[in-house]
Design a protein around this ligand. Structure first.
Ligand SMILES: Nc1ncnc2c1ncn2[C@@H]1O[C@H](COP(=O)(O)OP(=O)(O)OP(=O)(O)O)[C@@H](O)[C@H]1O
Length: 459
Protein backbone atom coordinates (compact mmCIF):
# COMPACT_ATOMS: atom_id res chain seq x y z
CA UNK A 1 0.00 0.00 0.00
CA UNK A 2 2.67 2.53 0.99
CA UNK A 3 4.78 1.71 -2.10
CA UNK A 4 1.65 2.19 -4.28
CA UNK A 5 1.03 5.62 -2.72
CA UNK A 6 4.64 6.74 -3.15
CA UNK A 7 4.61 5.54 -6.77
CA UNK A 8 1.50 7.64 -7.44
CA UNK A 9 3.23 10.64 -5.85
CA UNK A 10 6.31 10.20 -8.04
CA UNK A 11 4.15 9.87 -11.17
CA UNK A 12 2.24 13.02 -10.23
CA UNK A 13 5.46 15.03 -9.72
CA UNK A 14 6.77 13.71 -13.02
CA UNK A 15 3.68 14.87 -14.92
CA UNK A 16 3.79 18.32 -13.29
CA UNK A 17 7.47 18.84 -14.09
CA UNK A 18 6.99 17.59 -17.66
CA UNK A 19 4.33 20.20 -18.28
CA UNK A 20 6.36 23.08 -16.86
CA UNK A 21 9.90 22.74 -18.18
CA UNK A 22 11.39 20.37 -20.82
CA UNK A 23 14.84 20.34 -19.05
CA UNK A 24 13.24 19.40 -15.75
CA UNK A 25 11.28 16.88 -17.77
CA UNK A 26 14.55 15.16 -18.73
CA UNK A 27 15.82 15.22 -15.14
CA UNK A 28 12.52 13.86 -13.86
CA UNK A 29 12.56 11.16 -16.53
CA UNK A 30 16.02 10.11 -15.33
CA UNK A 31 14.84 10.08 -11.71
CA UNK A 32 11.83 8.01 -12.74
CA UNK A 33 13.99 5.53 -14.62
CA UNK A 34 16.32 5.25 -11.60
CA UNK A 35 13.36 4.52 -9.31
CA UNK A 36 12.14 1.79 -11.67
CA UNK A 37 15.64 0.27 -11.86
CA UNK A 38 15.97 0.29 -8.06
CA UNK A 39 12.56 -1.33 -7.65
CA UNK A 40 13.32 -4.13 -10.06
CA UNK A 41 16.74 -4.70 -8.38
CA UNK A 42 14.95 -5.01 -5.01
CA UNK A 43 12.51 -7.49 -6.54
CA UNK A 44 15.39 -9.50 -8.03
CA UNK A 45 17.06 -9.55 -4.60
CA UNK A 46 13.86 -10.94 -3.05
CA UNK A 47 13.69 -13.59 -5.80
CA UNK A 48 17.31 -14.60 -5.15
CA UNK A 49 16.64 -14.87 -1.44
CA UNK A 50 13.63 -17.08 -1.92
CA UNK A 51 15.60 -19.35 -4.27
CA UNK A 52 18.26 -19.72 -1.57
CA UNK A 53 15.73 -20.83 0.99
CA UNK A 54 14.74 -24.44 1.58
CA UNK A 55 11.48 -25.25 -0.17
CA UNK A 56 8.43 -25.95 2.02
CA UNK A 57 7.36 -28.56 2.87
CA UNK A 58 10.98 -29.58 3.23
CA UNK A 59 12.05 -33.22 3.05
CA UNK A 60 15.14 -33.61 5.19
CA UNK A 61 17.37 -36.61 5.71
CA UNK A 62 18.75 -36.25 9.25
CA UNK A 63 21.83 -38.38 9.84
CA UNK A 64 22.64 -38.91 13.53
CA UNK A 65 25.84 -40.53 14.78
CA UNK A 66 24.82 -42.02 18.16
CA UNK A 67 28.49 -42.42 19.17
CA UNK A 68 29.52 -38.83 18.53
CA UNK A 69 30.69 -36.54 21.33
CA UNK A 70 29.66 -37.83 24.74
CA UNK A 71 27.41 -40.41 23.05
CA UNK A 72 24.33 -38.25 23.60
CA UNK A 73 23.43 -37.21 20.06
CA UNK A 74 20.19 -39.23 20.04
CA UNK A 75 19.12 -37.84 23.40
CA UNK A 76 19.85 -34.31 22.18
CA UNK A 77 17.78 -35.02 19.08
CA UNK A 78 14.85 -36.31 21.17
CA UNK A 79 15.04 -33.48 23.70
CA UNK A 80 15.55 -30.52 21.39
CA UNK A 81 15.58 -31.05 17.66
CA UNK A 82 12.62 -33.32 16.95
CA UNK A 83 10.11 -30.81 18.33
CA UNK A 84 11.76 -27.79 16.73
CA UNK A 85 11.63 -29.38 13.28
CA UNK A 86 8.02 -30.56 13.66
CA UNK A 87 6.91 -27.12 14.85
CA UNK A 88 8.63 -25.59 11.80
CA UNK A 89 6.75 -28.06 9.55
CA UNK A 90 9.95 -29.76 8.39
CA UNK A 91 9.41 -33.41 7.51
CA UNK A 92 12.50 -35.35 8.34
CA UNK A 93 13.62 -38.94 8.16
CA UNK A 94 15.98 -40.00 10.92
CA UNK A 95 18.92 -42.17 9.83
CA UNK A 96 21.10 -43.49 12.64
CA UNK A 97 24.60 -44.25 11.40
CA UNK A 98 25.88 -47.67 12.39
CA UNK A 99 29.59 -47.51 11.61
CA UNK A 100 32.40 -45.56 10.04
CA UNK A 101 31.74 -44.70 6.36
CA UNK A 102 28.06 -45.66 6.64
CA UNK A 103 26.97 -42.08 5.82
CA UNK A 104 29.48 -41.85 2.97
CA UNK A 105 28.14 -45.02 1.32
CA UNK A 106 24.56 -43.96 1.91
CA UNK A 107 24.83 -40.59 0.17
CA UNK A 108 26.91 -42.10 -2.63
CA UNK A 109 23.97 -44.35 -3.52
CA UNK A 110 20.96 -42.24 -2.44
CA UNK A 111 18.24 -40.97 -4.78
CA UNK A 112 18.81 -37.30 -3.99
CA UNK A 113 15.68 -36.19 -5.82
CA UNK A 114 13.76 -37.45 -2.76
CA UNK A 115 15.48 -34.97 -0.44
CA UNK A 116 15.63 -31.18 -0.12
CA UNK A 117 18.44 -31.23 2.44
CA UNK A 118 20.91 -33.56 4.15
CA UNK A 119 21.44 -32.62 7.79
CA UNK A 120 24.15 -34.08 9.99
CA UNK A 121 23.78 -34.30 13.75
CA UNK A 122 27.23 -35.30 14.92
CA UNK A 123 30.74 -33.86 15.01
CA UNK A 124 32.54 -32.61 11.93
CA UNK A 125 33.69 -36.12 10.94
CA UNK A 126 30.28 -37.21 9.69
CA UNK A 127 29.90 -34.13 7.48
CA UNK A 128 33.34 -34.89 6.02
CA UNK A 129 32.01 -38.33 5.02
CA UNK A 130 28.83 -36.89 3.51
CA UNK A 131 30.66 -34.27 1.43
CA UNK A 132 33.12 -36.83 0.11
CA UNK A 133 30.33 -39.30 -0.60
CA UNK A 134 28.49 -36.67 -2.67
CA UNK A 135 31.64 -35.78 -4.62
CA UNK A 136 32.30 -39.46 -5.37
CA UNK A 137 29.03 -39.75 -7.32
CA UNK A 138 29.05 -39.70 -11.12
CA UNK A 139 26.51 -36.83 -10.88
CA UNK A 140 28.69 -34.95 -8.36
CA UNK A 141 28.06 -31.53 -9.94
CA UNK A 142 24.36 -31.74 -9.13
CA UNK A 143 24.77 -33.81 -5.95
CA UNK A 144 27.04 -31.31 -4.19
CA UNK A 145 24.38 -28.64 -4.71
CA UNK A 146 22.00 -30.29 -2.23
CA UNK A 147 21.72 -28.06 0.87
CA UNK A 148 23.65 -29.50 3.80
CA UNK A 149 23.05 -28.74 7.45
CA UNK A 150 24.96 -29.30 10.68
CA UNK A 151 23.61 -29.75 14.19
CA UNK A 152 26.33 -30.02 16.85
CA UNK A 153 26.43 -33.48 18.43
CA UNK A 154 30.19 -34.05 18.67
CA UNK A 155 32.86 -32.67 20.94
CA UNK A 156 34.52 -30.32 18.44
CA UNK A 157 31.56 -28.94 16.45
CA UNK A 158 33.75 -26.45 14.60
CA UNK A 159 31.47 -25.85 11.61
CA UNK A 160 28.39 -25.44 13.81
CA UNK A 161 30.29 -22.88 15.92
CA UNK A 162 31.45 -21.07 12.74
CA UNK A 163 27.91 -20.87 11.34
CA UNK A 164 26.61 -19.62 14.69
CA UNK A 165 29.38 -16.99 14.66
CA UNK A 166 28.59 -15.89 11.08
CA UNK A 167 24.97 -15.34 12.14
CA UNK A 168 26.27 -12.54 14.39
CA UNK A 169 25.24 -14.21 17.64
CA UNK A 170 27.58 -14.12 20.67
CA UNK A 171 29.50 -17.19 21.89
CA UNK A 172 27.22 -19.60 23.78
CA UNK A 173 27.35 -22.89 25.71
CA UNK A 174 27.16 -26.26 23.88
CA UNK A 175 23.46 -26.75 24.55
CA UNK A 176 22.62 -23.20 23.48
CA UNK A 177 24.70 -23.76 20.33
CA UNK A 178 22.52 -26.76 19.47
CA UNK A 179 19.33 -24.76 19.94
CA UNK A 180 20.76 -21.87 17.90
CA UNK A 181 21.73 -24.21 15.05
CA UNK A 182 18.30 -25.90 15.25
CA UNK A 183 16.69 -22.51 14.89
CA UNK A 184 18.89 -21.61 11.89
CA UNK A 185 17.94 -24.97 10.36
CA UNK A 186 14.24 -24.12 10.69
CA UNK A 187 14.79 -20.75 8.98
CA UNK A 188 16.39 -22.69 6.15
CA UNK A 189 18.46 -20.05 4.36
CA UNK A 190 21.15 -21.61 2.20
CA UNK A 191 24.59 -20.13 1.42
CA UNK A 192 27.51 -21.27 -0.71
CA UNK A 193 30.44 -22.79 1.17
CA UNK A 194 34.06 -23.22 0.05
CA UNK A 195 35.55 -26.69 -0.12
CA UNK A 196 39.25 -27.43 -0.24
CA UNK A 197 40.57 -30.26 -2.36
CA UNK A 198 43.42 -32.15 -0.71
CA UNK A 199 45.98 -34.34 -2.47
CA UNK A 200 47.78 -36.99 -0.46
CA UNK A 201 50.68 -39.15 -1.67
CA UNK A 202 49.17 -42.50 -2.40
CA UNK A 203 45.48 -41.82 -2.74
CA UNK A 204 43.30 -39.56 -4.83
CA UNK A 205 41.80 -36.36 -3.56
CA UNK A 206 39.63 -35.76 -0.51
CA UNK A 207 37.44 -32.69 -0.02
CA UNK A 208 37.58 -30.74 3.20
CA UNK A 209 35.32 -27.99 4.56
CA UNK A 210 37.17 -26.96 7.71
CA UNK A 211 40.88 -27.41 8.27
CA UNK A 212 44.12 -29.22 7.71
CA UNK A 213 46.53 -29.47 10.63
CA UNK A 214 50.07 -30.72 11.23
CA UNK A 215 52.09 -30.56 14.44
CA UNK A 216 50.71 -29.23 17.73
CA UNK A 217 47.03 -28.82 16.71
CA UNK A 218 46.79 -32.23 15.00
CA UNK A 219 48.53 -33.93 17.95
CA UNK A 220 46.15 -32.32 20.47
CA UNK A 221 43.08 -33.14 18.35
CA UNK A 222 43.89 -36.82 18.07
CA UNK A 223 45.53 -37.42 21.45
CA UNK A 224 42.55 -35.75 23.17
CA UNK A 225 40.08 -38.26 21.73
CA UNK A 226 40.50 -40.38 24.83
CA UNK A 227 39.06 -37.49 26.87
CA UNK A 228 35.97 -37.07 24.66
CA UNK A 229 33.63 -37.77 27.60
CA UNK A 230 34.49 -34.28 28.94
CA UNK A 231 33.25 -32.61 25.72
CA UNK A 232 35.14 -29.64 24.29
CA UNK A 233 37.25 -29.39 27.48
CA UNK A 234 39.23 -32.30 26.00
CA UNK A 235 41.24 -29.82 23.91
CA UNK A 236 42.22 -27.72 26.95
CA UNK A 237 43.34 -30.78 28.92
CA UNK A 238 45.42 -32.09 26.04
CA UNK A 239 46.88 -28.68 25.14
CA UNK A 240 48.38 -28.51 28.64
CA UNK A 241 49.75 -32.06 28.39
CA UNK A 242 51.32 -31.40 24.97
CA UNK A 243 52.76 -28.03 26.07
CA UNK A 244 54.73 -29.87 28.72
CA UNK A 245 56.39 -31.99 26.02
CA UNK A 246 56.55 -29.50 23.18
CA UNK A 247 57.73 -30.96 19.87
CA UNK A 248 59.27 -29.35 16.81
CA UNK A 249 58.60 -30.70 13.32
CA UNK A 250 60.83 -30.33 10.29
CA UNK A 251 59.34 -29.76 6.88
CA UNK A 252 58.88 -27.52 3.86
CA UNK A 253 55.88 -25.24 3.40
CA UNK A 254 54.98 -23.32 0.23
CA UNK A 255 51.86 -21.44 -0.83
CA UNK A 256 50.19 -19.46 -3.58
CA UNK A 257 49.14 -16.11 -2.08
CA UNK A 258 45.51 -15.07 -2.51
CA UNK A 259 45.01 -12.03 -4.67
CA UNK A 260 41.68 -10.58 -5.80
CA UNK A 261 39.53 -13.08 -7.66
CA UNK A 262 39.64 -12.77 -11.46
CA UNK A 263 36.40 -11.35 -12.90
CA UNK A 264 35.34 -14.56 -14.66
CA UNK A 265 35.62 -16.47 -11.36
CA UNK A 266 33.33 -13.91 -9.64
CA UNK A 267 30.84 -14.43 -12.48
CA UNK A 268 30.78 -18.16 -11.94
CA UNK A 269 30.22 -17.65 -8.24
CA UNK A 270 27.32 -15.25 -8.73
CA UNK A 271 25.55 -17.63 -11.10
CA UNK A 272 25.92 -20.31 -8.48
CA UNK A 273 24.40 -18.12 -5.77
CA UNK A 274 21.32 -17.61 -7.91
CA UNK A 275 20.68 -21.20 -8.75
CA UNK A 276 17.65 -22.89 -7.25
CA UNK A 277 17.25 -25.94 -4.95
CA UNK A 278 18.04 -29.25 -6.59
CA UNK A 279 18.55 -27.69 -10.02
CA UNK A 280 21.84 -28.18 -11.84
CA UNK A 281 24.03 -25.06 -11.89
CA UNK A 282 24.12 -23.01 -15.09
CA UNK A 283 27.89 -22.98 -15.01
CA UNK A 284 30.36 -24.82 -12.78
CA UNK A 285 34.12 -25.10 -12.38
CA UNK A 286 35.95 -27.60 -14.65
CA UNK A 287 34.82 -31.17 -15.08
CA UNK A 288 37.09 -34.14 -14.40
CA UNK A 289 39.11 -35.07 -17.45
CA UNK A 290 39.90 -38.70 -16.74
CA UNK A 291 38.43 -41.53 -14.73
CA UNK A 292 40.55 -44.36 -13.39
CA UNK A 293 39.68 -47.45 -11.36
CA UNK A 294 39.80 -47.23 -7.58
CA UNK A 295 41.08 -49.69 -5.03
CA UNK A 296 40.05 -49.43 -1.39
CA UNK A 297 42.91 -49.42 1.08
CA UNK A 298 43.49 -48.40 4.67
CA UNK A 299 46.14 -45.86 5.59
CA UNK A 300 47.61 -44.57 8.82
CA UNK A 301 46.16 -45.33 12.17
CA UNK A 302 46.13 -44.06 15.71
CA UNK A 303 44.65 -45.21 18.98
CA UNK A 304 41.47 -43.67 20.27
CA UNK A 305 38.96 -44.88 22.84
CA UNK A 306 41.09 -48.01 23.29
CA UNK A 307 40.31 -48.99 19.72
CA UNK A 308 42.28 -48.64 16.53
CA UNK A 309 41.01 -45.62 14.66
CA UNK A 310 41.52 -45.94 10.91
CA UNK A 311 40.48 -43.62 8.16
CA UNK A 312 39.58 -45.31 4.98
CA UNK A 313 41.03 -43.59 1.96
CA UNK A 314 41.01 -44.76 -1.62
CA UNK A 315 43.98 -45.08 -3.90
CA UNK A 316 44.63 -45.07 -7.62
CA UNK A 317 47.30 -47.12 -9.33
CA UNK A 318 48.87 -44.03 -10.92
CA UNK A 319 48.84 -40.64 -9.30
CA UNK A 320 50.68 -38.38 -11.71
CA UNK A 321 48.26 -38.16 -14.64
CA UNK A 322 44.97 -39.60 -13.44
CA UNK A 323 44.41 -37.62 -10.26
CA UNK A 324 40.86 -36.56 -11.11
CA UNK A 325 38.19 -39.13 -10.43
CA UNK A 326 35.07 -37.19 -9.67
CA UNK A 327 34.75 -33.62 -8.43
CA UNK A 328 36.11 -30.39 -9.94
CA UNK A 329 39.60 -30.33 -11.38
CA UNK A 330 42.38 -28.44 -9.60
CA UNK A 331 43.83 -25.73 -11.79
CA UNK A 332 46.49 -24.48 -9.37
CA UNK A 333 48.21 -27.69 -8.30
CA UNK A 334 50.90 -29.56 -10.24
CA UNK A 335 51.21 -33.28 -9.37
CA UNK A 336 52.55 -33.72 -5.85
CA UNK A 337 55.88 -35.08 -7.08
CA UNK A 338 56.58 -32.14 -9.41
CA UNK A 339 58.13 -28.70 -8.79
CA UNK A 340 55.87 -25.78 -7.88
CA UNK A 341 55.39 -22.81 -10.24
CA UNK A 342 57.60 -19.75 -9.66
CA UNK A 343 54.78 -17.54 -8.33
CA UNK A 344 54.49 -19.70 -5.20
CA UNK A 345 56.07 -18.46 -1.94
CA UNK A 346 58.42 -20.91 -0.23
CA UNK A 347 58.61 -20.40 3.54
CA UNK A 348 62.24 -20.11 4.65
CA UNK A 349 61.80 -21.90 8.00
CA UNK A 350 62.15 -25.63 8.24
CA UNK A 351 61.29 -26.02 11.93
CA UNK A 352 57.63 -25.68 12.87
CA UNK A 353 55.61 -26.12 16.03
CA UNK A 354 52.44 -26.24 13.94
CA UNK A 355 50.96 -25.63 10.52
CA UNK A 356 47.23 -24.99 10.37
CA UNK A 357 45.10 -24.26 7.30
CA UNK A 358 41.60 -22.96 8.11
CA UNK A 359 38.68 -22.12 5.84
CA UNK A 360 36.03 -21.47 8.53
CA UNK A 361 36.34 -19.28 11.61
CA UNK A 362 36.29 -21.92 14.35
CA UNK A 363 38.49 -24.91 15.06
CA UNK A 364 36.27 -25.98 17.95
CA UNK A 365 33.29 -24.57 19.84
CA UNK A 366 35.46 -22.13 21.75
CA UNK A 367 38.44 -21.80 19.42
CA UNK A 368 38.14 -18.99 16.89
CA UNK A 369 41.40 -19.74 15.07
CA UNK A 370 40.58 -17.76 11.89
CA UNK A 371 38.39 -14.84 13.01
CA UNK A 372 38.54 -13.19 9.56
CA UNK A 373 37.30 -16.26 7.70
CA UNK A 374 33.88 -16.38 6.02
CA UNK A 375 31.90 -19.21 4.42
CA UNK A 376 32.76 -18.59 0.78
CA UNK A 377 35.59 -16.12 0.34
CA UNK A 378 37.66 -18.56 -1.72
CA UNK A 379 40.59 -18.19 0.67
CA UNK A 380 42.55 -20.56 2.88
CA UNK A 381 43.85 -18.93 6.08
CA UNK A 382 47.28 -20.48 6.51
CA UNK A 383 48.89 -20.18 9.94
CA UNK A 384 52.22 -21.49 11.08
CA UNK A 385 54.14 -21.19 14.32
CA UNK A 386 57.91 -21.12 14.01
CA UNK A 387 60.09 -23.16 16.34
CA UNK A 388 61.56 -21.10 19.18
CA UNK A 389 58.24 -19.97 20.65
CA UNK A 390 58.19 -20.28 24.44
CA UNK A 391 55.63 -22.50 26.16
CA UNK A 392 54.17 -19.42 27.85
CA UNK A 393 53.74 -17.61 24.51
CA UNK A 394 52.12 -20.68 22.93
CA UNK A 395 49.72 -21.03 25.86
CA UNK A 396 48.89 -17.32 25.62
CA UNK A 397 48.20 -17.77 21.91
CA UNK A 398 45.75 -20.62 22.48
CA UNK A 399 44.01 -18.78 25.31
CA UNK A 400 43.61 -15.73 23.04
CA UNK A 401 42.15 -18.03 20.36
CA UNK A 402 39.05 -18.50 22.51
CA UNK A 403 38.10 -14.93 21.62
CA UNK A 404 39.93 -14.83 18.29
CA UNK A 405 42.38 -12.16 19.49
CA UNK A 406 45.61 -14.15 19.01
CA UNK A 407 46.54 -12.27 15.83
CA UNK A 408 46.32 -8.94 17.65
CA UNK A 409 48.93 -10.11 20.19
CA UNK A 410 51.76 -9.61 17.66
CA UNK A 411 53.40 -12.90 18.51
CA UNK A 412 56.53 -12.89 16.32
CA UNK A 413 56.48 -16.68 15.94
CA UNK A 414 52.93 -16.81 14.58
CA UNK A 415 52.55 -16.16 10.85
CA UNK A 416 49.24 -15.81 8.98
CA UNK A 417 48.87 -15.75 5.18
CA UNK A 418 45.79 -15.77 2.98
CA UNK A 419 46.39 -18.31 0.23
CA UNK A 420 44.61 -20.14 -2.59
CA UNK A 421 46.74 -23.25 -2.44
CA UNK A 422 49.59 -24.69 -0.41
CA UNK A 423 51.95 -27.64 -0.24
CA UNK A 424 53.43 -29.18 2.91
CA UNK A 425 56.27 -31.72 2.84
CA UNK A 426 57.03 -33.11 6.30
CA UNK A 427 60.66 -34.19 6.81
CA UNK A 428 60.10 -35.49 10.34
CA UNK A 429 59.43 -39.18 9.67
CA UNK A 430 56.54 -39.64 12.13
CA UNK A 431 53.65 -37.36 12.88
CA UNK A 432 49.95 -36.72 12.47
CA UNK A 433 48.12 -34.80 9.76
CA UNK A 434 44.41 -34.22 10.21
CA UNK A 435 41.80 -33.07 7.72
CA UNK A 436 38.58 -31.77 9.34
CA UNK A 437 39.76 -33.42 12.55
CA UNK A 438 40.24 -36.88 10.98
CA UNK A 439 43.63 -38.55 10.61
CA UNK A 440 44.85 -38.87 7.03
CA UNK A 441 47.95 -40.40 5.53
CA UNK A 442 51.15 -38.81 6.90
CA UNK A 443 53.41 -37.44 4.18
CA UNK A 444 53.47 -34.75 1.48
CA UNK A 445 50.14 -33.03 1.04
CA UNK A 446 48.85 -30.14 -1.05
CA UNK A 447 45.54 -28.32 -1.26
CA UNK A 448 43.52 -25.89 -3.37
CA UNK A 449 40.36 -23.99 -2.47
CA UNK A 450 37.19 -24.30 -4.59
CA UNK A 451 35.05 -21.27 -3.94
CA UNK A 452 31.40 -21.88 -2.98
CA UNK A 453 31.41 -25.48 -4.22
CA UNK A 454 28.94 -26.77 -1.60
CA UNK A 455 25.77 -25.24 -0.08
CA UNK A 456 25.09 -25.06 3.64
CA UNK A 457 22.06 -24.03 5.69
CA UNK A 458 23.04 -20.90 7.60
CA UNK A 459 19.69 -19.48 8.69
N1 LIG B 1 27.46 -45.82 14.88
C1 LIG B 1 28.74 -45.47 14.74
N2 LIG B 1 29.69 -46.11 15.46
C2 LIG B 1 30.97 -45.77 15.38
N3 LIG B 1 31.46 -44.81 14.57
C3 LIG B 1 30.56 -44.13 13.83
C4 LIG B 1 29.17 -44.44 13.89
N4 LIG B 1 28.53 -43.59 13.05
C5 LIG B 1 29.49 -42.82 12.49
N5 LIG B 1 30.70 -43.14 12.96
C6 LIG B 1 32.02 -42.53 12.66
O1 LIG B 1 32.41 -41.71 13.73
C7 LIG B 1 33.39 -40.80 13.24
C8 LIG B 1 33.44 -39.57 14.13
O2 LIG B 1 32.25 -38.86 14.02
P1 LIG B 1 32.14 -37.32 14.33
O3 LIG B 1 33.40 -36.58 14.01
O4 LIG B 1 30.95 -36.86 13.63
O5 LIG B 1 31.91 -37.29 15.86
P2 LIG B 1 32.95 -36.93 16.99
O6 LIG B 1 34.30 -37.50 16.65
O7 LIG B 1 32.36 -37.33 18.26
O8 LIG B 1 32.93 -35.38 16.90
P3 LIG B 1 34.12 -34.39 17.01
O9 LIG B 1 34.91 -34.60 15.74
O10 LIG B 1 33.46 -33.08 17.11
O11 LIG B 1 34.83 -34.80 18.24
C9 LIG B 1 33.00 -40.52 11.82
O12 LIG B 1 34.14 -40.68 11.01
C10 LIG B 1 31.97 -41.61 11.49
O13 LIG B 1 32.35 -42.36 10.38
Amino acid sequence: MSSGVSRQRVEHCFRLAALQDPRANLEEAEKWARAVRERSARQQNRDELSMNKLSRPCRMMLLVNPQSGKGQALTLYNNHIQRMLSEAGIQHTLVITERQNHARELVREADLSQWDALVIMSGDGLLFEVINGLLERPDWEEAIQIPLGILPGGSGNALAASIHHYSGAPQVSSEELLVSCGFLMCKGLVSPMDLVCIHLSSCPRVFSFLSLAWGFVADVDIESEKYRHVGSARFTVCTLVRLASLRVYKGKLAYLPATDLPKHEEGLRNKKTLHCNNQPPTSVPGRPSTVSPRVNTFHNSCHSNNSLKVRKVESTPSRSTNISLTGPSDSLLPPLDQLLPSDWVVVQEEDFVLVLAMYQSHLGEDMMAAPGSTLDEGVIHLFYVRAGISRAALLKMFLAMEKGTHLANNCQHLVHAKVRAFRLEPYTPKGIITVDGEVVEYGPVQAEVHRGLARIITG
